[in-house]
Design a protein around this ligand. Sequence first.
Ligand SMILES: [Zn+2]
Length: 156
Amino acid sequence: MDEPCFFCQKLRTLAQLPEDEVVWEFPHSVALLGPWQYFAGYCILVSRRHATELFQLSAQERQAYVEEMNLLARAIAGCFTPRKMNYELLGNQVAHLHWHLFPRRDDDPDKLKPVWLALDSAEHDAAEKTRLQTAALPRAEIAARLRAFLQNHLPR
Ligand SMILES: [Zn+2]
């Protein structure tokens, strides 16, 4: 790889990230608490292995990664009871497999639209950016609730 990958870099320096950012370290992926906590519980699930497409993983790795995504979605839904979970695997900006798991709120004025429309306007609007980054709970509390749920529901 010629240029450093944002997520590969991040995975190498997990220990240096704030405690409220690293939610869970799964065998095949790492769950990070995302910046847009208006959607309380929003996480990014980064594949431990650098790949740009799901089909580049072995069948076993892919199944494990999707299973971890499912567990994390269950934890987010279990903790924050969204109207609907959104699952997005895009990679247009950072081409390293990562799921965006957005719990959609019932009181979101844009609940019928993809979150990206609001997030895009937040790039040019400081007040909108603050609104979408602000959670009803402290980030550390959100991360702690997710960890507690995962602790109790992980397959043993
Ligand atoms: Zn990477």
